[in-house]
Design a protein around this ligand. Structure first.
Ligand code: SAH
Length: 196
């Protein structure tokens, strides 16, 4: 997976490649999908949601340019896989999932696998987590309509990076926002960010 899907397709951050090699992706998918866990695609994880394709997880992590000491917010825990990858790249990950059942499952799994620096919360992540802000990096793994939620910009530390898929003009693009500038990175397909 690391060589064929990631290195060959432009993921050149050593720390990200190392994290992707170490997190056991098969543990984050349904038992029936274990033999497909390292394929180049997304997989269903219940509640109508999906675990993202490995390349997307690596790309989003790389865009945050983490060095090890950061506090990161993830919106859309899903299986907990991307949170596990991020947890190997920074100091602390706070991740929010709106489906309580998914949040609980991810929490147990991450705890069982020893990812002690990940804090899983159930709730509406589009509001951020004000009491834990500011965040050096924010990764949104569901598509926002037009713009990422304003609360997330407010909770970003100066010089911090927000990565979020955005639906605009009928196109869905992974965007990076940093220091008032935005950059479209790649066309993507995510489930919608539900703002409750
Ligand atoms: N990062 C996940 C994949 C996420 S799929 C992984 O590694 O497995 C997107 C997730 O975002 C879904 O689980 C969906 O329920 C969640 N979601 C959508 N809108 C949300 C919101 N407003 N707050 C929190 N989670 C949300």
């Amino acid at each position: 997976m690391v060589q064929r899907q990631l290195e060959r397709r432009g993921i050149d951050d050593r720390r990200v490649l190392d994290a992707m090699a170490r997190v056991p992706r098969e543990r984050f998918v349904a038992e029936a999908d274990r033999d497909r866990a390292y394929r180049d695609g997304a997989l269903r994880i219940g509640e109508g949601q999906t675990i993202s394709q490995p390349w997307i997880v690596a790309c989003m992590a790389m865009l945050l340019q983490l060095r090890g000491g950061e506090r990161v917010l993830e919106v859309g825990t899903g299986s907990g896989y991307a949170a596990a990858v991020l947890s190997r790249l920074c100091d602390r990950v706070i991740t929010v999932e709106r489906h309580p059942a998914l949040a609980e499952r991810a929490k147990q799994l991450l705890r069982g696998l020893g990812y002690a620096n990940v804090d899983v919360r159930a709730g509406d992540g589009s509001l951020g987590v004000p009491e834990e802000a500011p965040f050096d990096g924010i990764s949104v793994t569901a598509s926002a309509a037009g713009e990422p939620p304003a609360a997330l910009f407010e909770q970003l530390a100066p010089g911090g990076t927000l990565v979020c898929p955005v639906n605009r003009d009928g196109r869905e693009l992974l965007m990076r926002f940093r220091e008032g500038e935005e950059k479209a990175v790649v066309p993507v397909r995510f489930v919608p960010l539900v703002e409750d």
